[in-house]
Design a protein around this ligand. Structure first.
Ligand SMILES: [Fe+2]
Ligand SMILES: [Fe+2]
Length: 341
């Protein structure tokens, strides 16, 4: 009988006849690779159908010019700092491409993800320029300084493997989404607009000026969180012990990328402090805990329990033999179906 996964593949992806066998490491890796391919196909389809926007063509540039004088100096420093972070996209892709040289699905996923990320730096450049808070020369000088440095995965514990990079991206994308939502709220307040879109904005289908840019980029960021979350959930399904060890490592050493490399970093960090947009407690409440919930866990105690107990799971159990409760306890059953070849 075909599995749910096989039933949901487009016809051209129907799998060849398979031979059943034990759940060896190789069998689990093969099944994981197939599942990740399916995630990527769904992600790609949605990305090109529903998030296919252009920063030069689809943002309300004239309104940015009209409303830009209302932006607060701290808000401008925050947008500029996020421009710096986004502008390291070439290095983010470069590092992960080296990691995925022999993995076609993950290589393509990183390329697609990177192509989407390239739009975000352009969007922040356009916001700063057309709000008339930075000149073209200032922006060129800023981006020149960005290019003087190279970002690498090295400063991010646990993020240097295919699994680790997925765990890291899952958290980082969620944090970026949160930061951009907060910045969008600030911009709306400074524009004198309510938190939620006005009736007029809803009717025409886009928000005012820079608020629209943050809305559109935010949708990309939460979609990025979603694809890496799905990859991590699949890893948990096939390699629970390893995945929870890596998750613990990545969570413990997590910090946002490139912050030590961006130009004018002191202005940016001062703006972060003054606006209270991001801090350790905010990270725990708004990013770490929601990520745990998305992984199916109640809280951090449940996560720590899951890490400890995962180390005791028997080797070579199939994915359907193991399930995780939301309190971090593993349930093992020894009557599962054999592995596909
Ligand atoms: Fe981004
Ligand atoms: Fe992103």
């Amino acid at each position: 009988m075909p599995t749910w996964f096989e039933n949901n593949l487009p016809t051209e992806f129907h799998l060849p006849t398979i031979i059943k066998g034990p759940w060896t490491r190789e069998a689990r890796q093969r099944a994981l690779d197939r599942e990740i391919l399916q995630h990527y196909i769904e992600y790609f389809g949605k990305a090109v159908k529903t998030r296919n926007w252009s920063p030069w063509h689809n943002l309300p540039i004239a309104e940015m010019r009209e409303w830009g004088h209302r932006l607060n100096e701290e808000t401008v420093h925050l947008i500029e700092g996020f421009l710096g972070v986004e502008e390291y996209v070439g290095d983010y892709v470069l590092d992960s491409l080296a990691l995925f040289h022999d993995n076609r699905t993950r290589r393509n996923m990183q390329l697609q993800w990177g192509a989407e990320e390239t739009k975000h730096g352009v969007a922040w450049e356009l916001v700063l320029k057309h709000s008339q808070v930075r000149t073209e020369e200032q922006l060129e000088e800023y981006m020149q300084k960005v290019r003087e440095h190279h970002w690498t995965l090295k400063g991010h514990p646990g993020a240097d493997t295919p699994l680790g990079v997925s765990c890291y991206a899952m958290v980082q994308e969620r944090a970026t989404f949160y930061n951009y939502q907060e910045l969008r709220s600030r911009i709306r307040e400074e524009y004198g607009l309510p938190e939620k879109p006005t009736a007029e904005e809803s009717k025409r289908g886009y928000e005012v000026g820079a608020s629209e840019a943050f809305r559109v980029v935010g949708i990309d960021e939460i979609a990025h969180h979603g694809i890496f979350l799905k990859v991590v959930l699949s890893y948990i399904h096939y390699f629970p012990s390893m995945t929870f060890d890596v998750l613990q490592n990545v969570f413990e050493g997590f910090r946002m990328p490139s912050l030590n490399l961006i130009p004018n970093v002191r202005h940016f960090l001062r703006a972060v402090r003054r606006t209270d947009i991001y801090s350790g407690p905010i990270h725990r409440e708004k990013i770490h805990n929601p990520v745990l919930k998305a992984l199916g866990l109640e809280d951090n105690d449940a996560f720590e329990r899951a890490v400890l107990l995962a180390r005791k799971l028997p080797e070579n159990l199939g994915p359907d033999a193991v399930s995780l409760s939301r309190f971090g306890e593993w349930v093992v059953s020894f009557t599962e179906a054999p592995a596909p070849a």
